[in-house]
Design a protein around this ligand. Sequence first.
Ligand code: F6P
Length: 319
Amino acid sequence: MKRIGILTSGGDAPGMNAAIRAVTRTALANGIEVCGIRYGYAGLVAGDIFQMTSETVADKISRGGTFLYSARFPEFKEEEVQLKGIEQLKKHGIDALVVIGGDGSYHGALKLTRHGYNAIGLPGSIDNDIPYTDYTIGFDTACNTAMEAIDKIRDTATSHQRVFVVNVMGRDCGDIAMHVGVATGADAIVIPEEPYDIKEIAENLKQGFANGKKHGIVVLAEGVMDAEKFKDELLKYGDFDARANVLGHMQRGGSPTMRDRVVASEMGAYAVKLLLEGKGGLAVGMENNKLTHHDILDLFDAKHHGNYALYSLNKDLAK
Ligand code: F6P
């Protein structure tokens, strides 16, 4: 193996730059050249590829987003599009690849491995929704960003004795909502993985005001329903004032936290180690604080399991 490529794909996540840096520096230290591929699989197919040096990744570890840029590129499912990507890999003398992203990115990595180019996937997503890893790069930063935003919302909620339904990201996964809900002392957490009763939530919020609480915070995972709709449903049973708020893409931005930088660095170095061993078609994970890897195929049949004890804990603490 003389030269590897690296790309980031799907929704960006804070810490991706730290992972790119770790992959690059580890490869260079092992005498392997590194090519950066801009705009994910779209850039691979278009040949937006450049040689990276240790300097290229200097001063990037603290930056949010991905300096290689990202794209969603469902076209890469097509065999003929994959072959165009392979042509580019050949043209640039790239023997293997590291792909940082979520589910869609892993599909691409598996396809490339089957075409004879070992590819390793790193879990880069704020959602923490990938099976066989307790952690995805970007999750901690996104949770902290959402937590800080909700702390601010709570100030105005208190001043006006209002309920706020705050929609947080996570696609179909409730991990951001659960962690942020506990961290902000939410009155209710609503996630796709657990049943909920809007009437009961409204009754609890009413009881909270009756007990002297000055605000109500409902942290709603985006995979459940629209925040405005949830707020309207809530108001059918509650006599309080309420507002809906969608935190949105701000959760994907910002300088990565220490945890995201460290995990990204560990995973990036580990991915290169796997490639050096001649392995491909693997997804890197962090399980029980240890670096692990699994066949990408295994991930497609598996489901991510969040720490649902947090959901129950919040119910007890919100009383
Ligand atoms: O997967 C990351 C994520 O931010 C999800 O939480 C969200 O549902 C989705 O991406 C938004 O995608 P887009 O940036 O394409 O609107």
